[in-house]
Design a binder for this molecule. Structure first.
Ligand code: HEC
Ligand code: HEC
Ligand code: HEC
Ligand code: HEC
Ligand code: HEC
Ligand code: HEC
Ligand code: HEC
Ligand code: HEC
Ligand code: HEC
Ligand code: HEC
Length: 318
């Protein structure tokens, strides 16, 4: 038996060749297999090379794309032979293309990302990109659930950013669909995302994750905020409970706010008293009687200065 893989067995090359008598291009090698030819009029032809044509074969007809390919991070796949030809070069994404090289007129013979559905696109790209911790949750992401594909944000051949093959740089990329978020970053107090200091993707993973709102998690704790505000992480001898139970957004609007320190309410006492009432429904204690809510007592953090937790004082006074 021939040491070559006899793909003629699948039948398609055989029928194609006998019908069309096209010369096989590129790497294809024709081998006459006399045993079969015996029973047939025409010479049966076994294709011994693979259904893969290799990137060189694309150059003649897709010159621009071919010439730009060596600047793409995906060029690397042409030299990494570990996954075999199905993971290499053009065909790593577009699939086996010897058939297409033979018969470019038949759109069925090539995987086109332009006509594929979002789910099909994602599946293709994730064949190589599902292992890293950054992408392994894509299939459960809100983006995926809403039929967003990799190509809503990335382009393999026409990326507009130097990094990450993005079709647009952040924040414009995200605002394409999240118009409603934009005004929040124009509020008087905001994380400087528009200014380029912080990025949407510092807090969110556009590829999804385990936490709600596609938020990223910081290394040791569950809140993304600790990545940059490590001093708020503790542990403290006296913790302020809501930080652990409800997170930073119990008191802060993470994008932007009309109030200093991104506080949710315009008067600080209203924020604190939302929980610290005498009500039996609130797990928080009421305020002591001497907190008479005269102006002096409205700025709670004048006295409760260590509002994120304290190692010295049960009432977080220092
Ligand atoms: C003999 C010329 C020829 C060769 C060689 C060739 N193609 Fe094509 N290709 C075409 C033509 C013609 C079309 C259809 C017209 C178009 O959309 O540009 C096409 C279309 C495509 C499409 C679909 C475009 C779309 O709209 O999504 C892809 C993808 C593609 N080719 C990839 C390849 C790859 C990969 C190779 C190399 C393995 C290759 N082609 C080799 C001529 C060729
Ligand atoms: C990482 C996956 C990937 C690789 C590798 C890849 N392509 Fe594509 N190709 C795409 C995607 C995705 C599109 C849709 C347009 C886009 O996003 O840039 C596309 C579109 C095309 C088109 C349609 C025309 C166009 O400009 O959009 C052709 C032709 C094509 N690719 C040929 C090739 C050839 C030739 C190679 C190798 C030199 C190649 N592709 C390598 C993913 C890939
Ligand atoms: C909603 C927009 C969006 C979608 C959808 C999206 N990405 Fe991304 N991707 C980004 C942004 C923004 C970055 C750069 C910032 C970052 O690292 O998260 C990025 C970075 C990347 C990187 C390089 C950095 C890294 O983390 O390794 C890869 C690889 C990647 N994306 C692959 C994919 C694949 C594959 C898909 C589809 C399964 C996809 N992306 C879908 C926005 C998106
Ligand atoms: C055959 C495997 C394979 C397929 C399929 C594949 N990629 Fe990649 N991709 C790679 C490799 C390898 C790299 C380079 C990683 C590196 O540099 O460490 C890469 C890099 C990237 C990057 C990172 C660029 C950067 O600057 O950080 C993005 C974004 C990306 N791919 C998106 C996609 C998208 C979108 C698709 C589907 C259209 C896709 N990939 C399909 C193998 C693949
Ligand atoms: C400082 C961290 C941070 C940055 C930067 C950030 N976000 Fe958020 N975002 C959050 C948090 C935290 C939530 C969850 C708020 C909540 O649960 O009340 C959120 C919620 C969201 C939501 C869901 C909104 C809703 O009403 O449920 C969207 C959409 C969103 N962000 C988009 C963006 C976009 C787009 C950008 C960049 C322009 C961005 N975010 C930048 C932290 C951030
Ligand atoms: C092509 C459109 C599109 C783009 C681009 C896009 N998103 Fe989304 N995003 C959606 C849709 C659709 C949803 C689900 C409906 C919703 O919550 O608005 C969503 C949801 C979200 C959510 C809310 C998740 C939740 O649990 O409610 C966040 C956060 C988010 N996107 C962040 C981003 C960030 C960050 C970027 C930029 C890197 C981005 N998106 C780019 C379409 C997009
Ligand atoms: C990528 C880093 C980064 C992450 C993640 C981050 N922040 Fe910030 N944050 C900053 C920077 C930088 C400032 C300084 C404000 C400035 O000058 O723009 C800041 C300022 C603040 C302020 C004070 C604003 C003021 O007026 O002094 C608050 C409150 C805040 N962040 C809350 C949060 C919360 C809540 C989260 C999580 C949802 C978070 N941050 C996540 C970088 C970050
Ligand atoms: C119980 C309400 C509450 C919670 C929950 C809370 N904060 Fe605050 N935070 C405040 C108040 C009130 C201020 C303003 C203090 C002042 O102005 O004296 C503040 C101020 C800040 C500041 C700016 C001043 C400083 O101390 O650096 C940052 C940054 C900040 N908070 C981050 C966070 C982060 C990160 C979390 C989550 C780990 C968080 N906050 C949770 C109430 C809260
Ligand atoms: C989301 C609800 C919530 C908000 C908002 C909140 N707290 Fe608390 N706070 C609690 C809970 C729950 C405890 C722990 C139970 C307790 O001892 O009251 C606590 C504990 C305290 C304690 C310690 C009480 C003790 O007896 O040890 C002080 C002081 C305090 N909070 C002050 C404040 C101040 C000042 C603000 C406004 C900046 C504030 N809290 C906002 C829920 C909240
Ligand atoms: C002038 C300083 C000052 C201001 C302003 C102030 N507090 Fe206090 N607060 C204290 C002191 C001192 C204690 C401790 C009393 C004690 O030792 O029993 C305390 C105790 C508390 C306690 C604990 C009650 C308990 O049962 O142990 C809560 C809750 C509290 N304050 C909430 C608030 C809130 C909410 C505000 C703003 C509306 C506020 N405080 C403003 C000084 C202040």
């Amino acid at each position: 038996m021939s040491p070559f893989r006899c793909l003629g067995l699948s039948g398609w090359i055989f029928s194609k060749l006998t019908q069309q008598r096209r010369p096989l291009l590129a790497l294809s090698v024709l081998v006459l297999f006399s045993g079969l030819a015996h029973g047939q009029d025409k010479a049966a032809v076994w294709k011994t090379a693979s259904p893969y044509a290799g990137p060189e074969a694309c150059k003649t007809c897709h010159e621009d794309i071919y010439n730009n390919f060596d600047k793409s991070p995906h060029w690397k796949t042409t030299v990494d032979k570990r996954g075999g030809p199905s993971k290499q070069g053009c065909e790593g994404c577009h699939g086996a293309a010897a058939g297409h090289v033979d018969d470019p007129g038949d759109p069925k013979k090539i995987f086109s990302f332009k006509t594929a559905s979002a789910k099909e696109v994602n599946q293709r790209c994730l064949e190589c990109h599902s292992s890293g911790k950054d992408h392994m949750n894509f299939s459960r992401s809100v983006h995926n659930e809403n039929n967003i594909s990799c190509l809503n944000c990335h382009s393999s051949h026409h990326g507009m950013t130097n990094e990450h093959l993005l079709i647009k740089a952040q924040t414009d990329l995200c605002y394409t669909c999240h118009q409603k978020i934009k005004p929040q970053f124009n509020m008087p107090f905001h994380h400087r995302v528009e200014e380029g200091l912080v990025q949407c993707s510092d807090c969110h993973n556009p590829h999804g994750g385990f936490i709600g709102k596609q938020l990223r998690s910081a290394a040791a704790r569950d809140s993304v905020c600790f990545t940059c505000h490590a001093d708020k992480q503790g542990p403290f001898v006296f913790e302020h409970l809501p930080i652990k139970t409800e997170g930073c957004v119990a008191c802060h609007s993470p994008h932007g706010s009309p109030n200093p320190r991104l506080i949710k309410t315009s008067n600080l006492n209203l924020l604190c008293l939302k929980c610290h009432t005498a009500s039996t429904f609130s797990p928080a204690s009421g305020t002591p009687d001497f907190h008479n809510q005269a102006a002096q007592y409205q700025s709670c953090t004048i006295c409760h200065a260590a509002i994120h937790g304290s190692n010295f004082d049960r009432h977080m006074l220092k």
